[in-house]
Design a protein around this ligand. Sequence first.
Ligand code: SAH
Length: 290
Amino acid sequence: MGQTRLHVTASKAEADRIFAALEAAFEDDALPLAVQEIDEDRDLHEVSVYVDGDAASAEARMRAVLAGLGLPGEIGTEVLPDIDWVAKSLEGLKPVRAGRFFVHGAHDRDRRQDGDIAIEIEAGLAFGTGHHGTTAGCLEMLEEVVAAERPRNALDLGTGSAVLAIALAKLAQIPVLATDIDPVATDVAAANARLNGAAALVECITATGFDHPAFAARGPFGLVVANILAGPLIELAPDMARHLKPDGSLVLSGILDRQEEAVLAAYAAAGFRHRRTLHREGWVAIHLKR
Ligand code: SAH
């Protein structure tokens, strides 16, 4: 049987009280609870209880809890659709083509074709299976930039699964420093680099922005790619300029179409010229040079 979500709307203060009381009431059943902001201006929050199977008795207990708090709100019910998680996760793992790159899971190894630069990534705890428009945009742009400029070393800042670092190592056979703020991502990145036979070229470290001695030791870089988000990219603009070789190239993504101008302005102020923008599913990948 499927799952039912029981929910009630309240102010933030009330929602917190309801949440605490429901947590105590449903402790033995270990039912998942959630509070979500619905409308900030009107201070509307929704407390939800997720029930497997029979929701009637849980609803009666929830009603009693609300009455006990003197907050007899109306309880809504939503029957959640059954989701086949196996099919769903395999769907997310369909292989992706971007330029010559073929990014795939283990089960699609035999679908590689001659001329592909294959990158095997298992969907896991780190971002970057190639499905996101930002990753695909970066892959395509990196292929062009490498062909035109033949960089001798590279940096992948915000490496996630290391998909871009592995792509660069395989495509250009150059050392790539792959960094991430999240140590879990760095571990996944290192495992993926080994899986793809790229461990000798891809060095994975945990660092926030450029805050690590490895950047000075390995840089300056002929090519830097950073698929993070517009906000941190804007903040990092002056550091990017410092760590890029004078004739090097910078590829940025994680930027929504409407954020492109603000990012370009920040990078212009840091001495970068805009070369090209690639649009993918509402996101942009930007090529810049100093
Ligand atoms: N490069 C991969 C993953 C992009 S997701 C791809 O293109 O698919 C962005 C990654 O950047 C996340 O793993 C996140 O942990 C990391 N990140 C976010 N802010 C960062 C920062 N300031 N410094 C380093 N890494 C950061």
